[in-house]
Ligand binder design. Structure first.
Ligand SMILES: [Zn+2]
Length: 332
């Protein structure tokens, strides 16, 4: 036997409104129907994108959810050198579905007081059909216009990081200068990429990054972006992938970009191969070096694909690391 559902109105009725209301209102009703698929996409679009703001010393950090999308069978992206059963078991152990994983995107703005630095740009116009590419909307919700951005930092040149650089063939952030890794830029712009699996990426960089090259500073390991923000080479995920140490008033956050792409599968099993990692061995070594450091020093990090708001800590475990997402009182 199925239990009758208590509708909201029925509850209100029994709480005393029944005295005033017409009898029709007292009758139990079905809850609002659950929106499905395209309807849900429309509803999401109608709501402002999620944002999250916190302090880092004297800096202000604003994380924007550019979007999130279902991304298929987890074991076809993570643990590609493992059995599907082992990948599924780890997901189940962590209360996650085994048939699909969600990938989300978190471009981040850091206001240092003298500069407004944006790290990565989301999927841009190319993601809109899927309800992605909402960075500019999110910045607006956080009180920033594209004109406010003085520096755009590109951690690496995969499409989900450079897609928002241009809008209708024009720079999205008209007043910004740009900072990107030299190794990364040289790799993607090289015509040797034509006819290889990197050809699409090559085309994307020619369309979105190369037009801005004149306003770009190309950096390597240890380079300062602005006072308090330093680039560190973290190669592997892509040939010139960079991460950033951000420090203000003695407080510290490391922006790890795509060093780890899943809060369970990449962090708990850093050695597992990931389809997105272009040099799988180097990416695994970098993952362990970076997250060992963060666990040992108990330093907060912000990972582009971590569950929104994409910030937290890691705790070292026997194998790999446990993601400890931010909770209350996360002001650094
Ligand atoms: Zn990415």
């Amino acid at each position: 036997m199925t239990m009758p559902k208590l509708g909201r109105r029925a509850l209100l009725g029994s709480a005393g409104l029944g005295m005033l209301a017409a009898p029709a209102i007292v009758r139990a009703q079905a809850a609002a129907p659950v929106a499905q698929d395209t309807t849900q996409l429309e509803i999401n679009r109608a709501m402002p994108p999620e944002t999250h703001r916190f302090k880092l010393g004297d800096f202000e950090v604003l994380v924007v959810k550019d979007g999130a999308r279902p991304s298929g069978a987890p074991n076809e992206t993570f643990g590609t050198n493992q059995s599907a059963a082992d990948v599924a078991a780890l997901l189940e152990e962590n209360f996650l579905p085994t048939d699909d994983f969600v990938n989300s995107f978190a471009p981040t703005l850091v206001n240092t007081g003298s500069d407004v630095v944006l790290f990565d740009t989301g999927l841009g116009p190319g993601g809109r059909a899927q309800g992605l590419g909402r960075l500019v909307e999110g910045l607006a919700a956080g009180g920033y216009s594209p004109e406010d951005v003085t520096v755009v930092v590109i951690t690496h040149m995969h499409g989900d990081h450079i897609g928002g650089l241009m809008e209708d063939g024009k720079p999205t952030f008209p007043n910004a200068r740009y900072v990107a890794g030299q190794v990364e830029y040289d790799f993607w712009t090289d015509t040797a990429r034509v006819g290889t699996p990197a050809e699409n990426g090559h085309k994307g960089v020619l369309a979105n990054v190369q037009p801005l090259a004149e306003k770009m500073t190309f950096i390597g390991d240890g380079a300062e972006v602005v006072s308090g923000i330093t680039g560190m080479a973290a190669f592997g995920h892509s040939p010139g992938h960079m991460i950033f140490n951000i420090e203000s008033a003695g407080r510290r956050l490391v922006l790890t970009a795509d060093t780890a792409n899943h809060f369970v599968l990449s962090l708990q099993r850093p050695d597992w191969e990931v389809r997105f990692d272009m040099d799988k061995e180097a990416a695994a070594e970098t993952r362990k070096t970076v997250f060992d450091m963060l666990a040992t020093d108990k330093v907060a990090f912000l990972g582009y694909h971590m569950p929104f708001p994409a910030v937290g800590y890691v705790e070292k475990q026997e194998t790999g690391y446990r993601f400890v997402p931010k909770s209350y009182q996360f002001e650094l």
